[in-house]
Unconditional design. Structure first.
Length: 333
């Protein structure tokens, strides 16, 4: 079968959210080929699989928070590797990577005084303040519970295990830490917990007024708004709003109407509690996938209890480049 696109290694790209699970299962098939009797005779092994956050495997329409965040390979062409000096570009695209650490420039202030200059007048000076942030790549891992050995007879079921138990749970952990990671126990330093400069929007009497105020907190400053993140129950509350209280017609006929009012796509996440949302230009964050992930097959318990397990592990970095392009919104008094 011919594929229209290939990754950096020449492997075919399988689009959509099934792509990672299918590629992971194919990698296990390749691993089993190294054993004389296939995977059922394999004791253990490790294979490389596409980074779970590889941008080429994401869907076009944002469905999760991670779909809104650019994913950068720090080793890709055009991304400068730290060479021991302090040189960085304007918005910190240089990963400054040394082993497990990286550094970047975070913009903490922007005041424009640009304007026309008459002959002989002093030229205006604007304020663009940056701060260097030093961080490191974090290991995110997930493994299955011991699985019955007979599952190996059916790779279709194995794909479901990989996709649901490994991929989705690992993504949920990364998504939660992007928002609220506190840097402890090697979690990300997230947007809301440890990043100073994030704007706040207090509750302003009702839900719609509050959301509109948060939206224009960005737009009035000529910031971009690329998406909203909120708890599923808060989105439900929006969808259930009616004219004249509880008896009139619904204010929004569908999710597209909600997004039209908010001015950007809406994604839901369990990483935010009920009553809190985030409006942002999510392109001012980046996730760094450091190479391929590892998929480990462990059949060491074959003779003990007839089980095996599979583990996923990857290394990722996260950075917030412009904290003031994020608004933490409080939807309750």
């Amino acid at each position: 079968m011919k594929h229209d696109a290939e990754d950096a290694h020449g492997n075919p790209i399988i689009p959509g959210r099934d792509g990672w699970g299918r590629k992971a299962a194919e990698a296990l098939r390749s691993l089993s080929a190294t054993s004389p009797q296939g995977i059922k005779s394999l004791t253990s092994g490790t294979v490389s699989v596409p980074a779970i956050l590889s941008g080429v495997l994401m869907d076009v329409k944002p469905r999760t928070l991670l779909d809104l965040i650019p994913v950068i390979d720090p080793r890709a062409a055009g991304v400068k590797i730290e060479d021991g000096n302090d040189s960085v570009d304007f918005v910190g695209r240089d990963t400054g990577r040394v082993g497990n650490v990286f550094s970047f420039m975070r913009q903490i202030a922007r005041t424009s005084n640009a304007g026309a200059v008459p002959d002989g007048a002093e030229k205006p000076t604007s304020v663009y303040t940056f701060d260097q942030v030093d961080d490191r790549f974090r290991v995110y891992a997930n493994k299955t519970e011991p699985l019955a050995w007979r599952y190996l007879d059916d790779f279709t079921d194995l794909i479901d295990v990989l996709q649901v138990q490994l991929r989705e749970d690992a993504l949920a952990a990364i998504e939660k830490d992007v928002l609220s990671g506190n840097g402890i126990a090697d979690r990300f330093s997230g947007i809301l917990e440890t990043t100073s400069g994030v704007q706040a929007q207090a509750f302003e009497g009702d839900l719609l007024t509050t959301l509109s105020a948060a939206k224009y907190k960005l737009l009035a400053q000529e910031r971009n708004l690329t998406g909203w993140a909120m708890n599923r129950l808060d989105l439900q509350a929006l969808e259930m709003l009616r004219e004249n209280g509880a008896t009139g017609a619904f204010l929004f006929k569908d999710r597209a109407a909600v997004e039209g009012f908010l001015g950007a796509p809406v994604v839901t996440t369990l990483g935010l509690p009920v009553g809190q949302a985030v409006a942002a230009d999510w392109t001012q964050t980046e996730l760094h996938a450091l190479g391929d992930d590892e998929l480990v097959f462990d059949g060491g318990n074959r003779t003990k209890n007839n089980t095996f397990l599979i583990m996923f592990e990857g290394r990722y970095g996260f950075r917030v480049k412009k904290p003031f392009d994020f608004v933490s919104v409080y939807l309750e008094a």
